[in-house]
Design a protein. Sequence first.
Length: 259
Amino acid sequence: MLQLKEVVDRQRDKIRAQDHEIQRKAWDTEALQEQLNRFMTMNENLRRKLAVVQAQLRSALERKGEAEALWEAAEPARTGTPTEQEEGDGGGAAAPPEHSPDQRTFSKEELQQILQERNELKTSLFLVEEELAYYQRELLNGERVPALLLHAVKSAIRKQRKKIWAKMLGTEEETAGRWVSPGIPPPSLPPFLSSLPLSLPLSPSLSSPSLSPLSPPISLSFLSLPLPPPFPLSLFPSLSLPLFPLPPPPPPPLLSLPP
């Protein structure tokens, strides 16, 4: 019995030591996992910064090439050719070039400003697309994504992109229908109200003493007006029930025969 007890105690101590080792390795694994997540986040941020720097570098190169092209195009007009100089010396002052009223000319500073604005807008659009891709990856990698947060993020990015495109095209931004999302149908009457008539008579039990059953019916035409729901009704199943109880129809009048 003593030997058996010693064997049991020895095995118990060994099991406890192995449990401590397993717990320590689990802690090490959690620490390594947190460090890996931190490194992945840093890598993602560095990738975004690198993409932004590359976009700025490309826009700077394009701006430099366009400025050089403008400089080369303006150099002959500034220096003039030998034949033009000889003609100017022989025939006096040359007539100024005639421009049609429909043809608009831009100065070098205006062209440079237009090109700079275009490059800035292209960079802003690229940044918005990168933000959209980043938020989509973050939301899809999450375990549970709230639909309201996803809808709000997409709506904000869509508004920003609409502003950028309106500024690039030189048109006014649309003011109507900003909250309408693609794929969501326009608001309409719920099914339990679409089958009702536009006017219902008051029930005698619900009418006030000043009203009689023969009073004119109450118009329900205001229910046909479109209501702007902030989100689809499918996100809130509890709202699919009727919002108020409908009054029962009035009983038919009793006809009494003359004696």
